[in-house]
Design a protein around this ligand. Structure first.
Ligand SMILES: NC(=O)c1ccc[n+]([C@@H]2O[C@H](COP(=O)([O-])OP(=O)(O)OC[C@H]3O[C@@H](n4cnc5c(N)ncnc54)[C@H](O)[C@@H]3O)[C@@H](O)[C@H]2O)c1
Ligand SMILES: CC(C)[C@H](C(=O)O)[C@@H](O)C(=O)O
Ligand SMILES: [Mg+2]
Length: 368
């Protein structure tokens, strides 16, 4: 039996709570004959508390050696005062950068049962199925200089730098067009070419790749602020949105609310395919954070995390039937009304994090 090595990095806040539910799903697939091996390590504030870094070199090595990393969430007020370079979020950024995970795929799907859970009208979100393809290892997150300096008069000056190269834009553009070809054949590229040089280059490169390699796919350029507005006004006009690191972060939180809750949005962060092995480094994480306001209360919605594992089944292991079965199990559980507070139907009783994980396992069993 082929073995698949998973590294679990639960992290902080609700991270460990939602990871426990994924572990139930992994165990179920293992029992049904798929050779998952798991290891667990610390990341974020938990790693800082133990080792004074946001991720250890040993954990980084385990991530490099794994077939896929499952990541919970990091951060929280407990670590607000820790030095910038070892703050919990720095662990996630190091994982993304060092593993070369440049392509962050964030699908926003409104499950039929949740069309009323969105804060928007049913007709706006019903049937929604869009994907945000976010560039993940460049832009203002990583550009240099990045500094906070104290000036002679005692005031301070902070600098973040947005940098993009042709090559970085080309590779994420190809990911978006390839994805669109398997879907509704449309790419919307979001940038701010009206005020940013990186936006000008982004638009040029996307247009060049479109003309040379994907002329049969529809392409539109949208200014990122307009894209945010259009996502709320009429999100179903989109198919695949390709955008930079920061705009992708913001647009995907909007996308999450179209589906009902931030607790619903999964993601896959993928590296380039190794030409020798055909494999790619991959980390799967919910779009949400550590949710300090609900952590430790059993209220967290685990579906974004479980859906992220579903993406691992699909993208890292080619287990398409299994991924489809997991998606179906999630849809059926939502339809049955078993929902956490963030997506509970009006007037219905909400269940806890563990109840949702248990219900999905039971549903997997039924669908077998
Ligand atoms: N990938 C990550 O690890 C990641 C992502 C985003 C934010 N963060 C970090 O998390 C911390 C808190 O950030 P924040 O409060 O701005 O964002 P957040 O995503 O943690 O929470 C925003 C809101 O959404 C709710 N929410 C989030 N996930 C939920 C879930 N699964 N079920 C139900 N409700 C959910 C929270 O209760 C909160 O009200 C910060 O330190 C931030 O840097 C980490
Ligand atoms: C925690 C933080 C570094 C991260 C980001 O900004 O990329 C998060 O908001 C996300 O959406 O994955
Ligand atoms: Mg974010």
């Amino acid at each position: 039996m082929a073995t698949h090595k998973l590294l679990l990095l639960p992290g902080d806040g609700i991270g460990p709570e939602v990871m426990r539910e994924v572990e139930k799903i992994v165990s179920w697939f293992r029992k049904s004959g798929i050779g998952f091996e798991t290891e667990t390590d610390l990341v974020g504030g938990a790693a800082y508390d133990a080792h004074k870094v946001a991720v250890t070199d040993a954990a980084m090595q385990r991530a490099q050696d794994a077939d896929a990393v499952l990541f919970g969430a990091v951060g929280g007020p407990k670590w607000d005062a820790v030095p910038y370079n070892v703050r919990p979020e720095a662990g996630l950024l190091r994982l993304r950068k060092d593993l070369g995970l440049f392509a962050n795929i964030r699908p926003a799907i409104c499950y039929p049962a949740l069309a009323d859970a969105s804060s928007l009208k049913r007709e706006i979100v019903e049937g929604l199925d869009i994907v945000i393809v976010r560039e993940l290892t460049g832009g203002v997150y990583f550009g240099e200089p990045k500094e906070l300096v104290t000036l002679e008069d005692g005031s301070q000056r902070a600098v973040d730098t947005q940098v993009y190269t042709t090559g970085e834009i080309e590779r994420i553009t190809r990911v978006a067009f390839e994805m669109a070809k398997t879907r509704r054949n449309k790419v919307s590229s979001a940038e701010k070419s009206n005020v940013m040089k990186t936006g000008v280059l982004w638009r040029q490169v996307v247009s060049k790749i479109h003309k040379a390699e994907y002329a049969d796919v529809e392409l539109e350029h949208v200014l990122a602020d307009n894209a945010a507005m259009q996502l709320v006004r009429n999100p179903k006009q989109f198919d695949v949105i390709v955008t930079d690191n920061l705009f992708g972060d913001i647009l995907s939180d909007i996308g999450a609310m179209l589906t009902g809750s931030l607790g619903m949005l999964p993601s896959a962060s993928l590296g380039a395919e190794d030409p020798k092995t055909g494999k790619r480094k991959a980390l799967y994480e919910p779009v949400h954070g550590s949710a300090p306001d609900i952590a430790g209360k059993g209220l967290a919605n685990p579906i974004a995390m479980i859906g992220s594992f579903g993406m691992a089944l699909r993208y890292s292991f080619g287990l398409i039937e299994e991924a489809d079965r997991l998606d179906k199990a999630i849809a059926n559980v939502l339809a049955s009304g078993t929902r956490t507070k963030d997506i509970a139907a009006p007037g219905a009783n909400a269940v806890g994090t563990q109840d949702v994980g248990d219900a999905i396992v039971r549903e997997l069993e039924t669908l077998r």
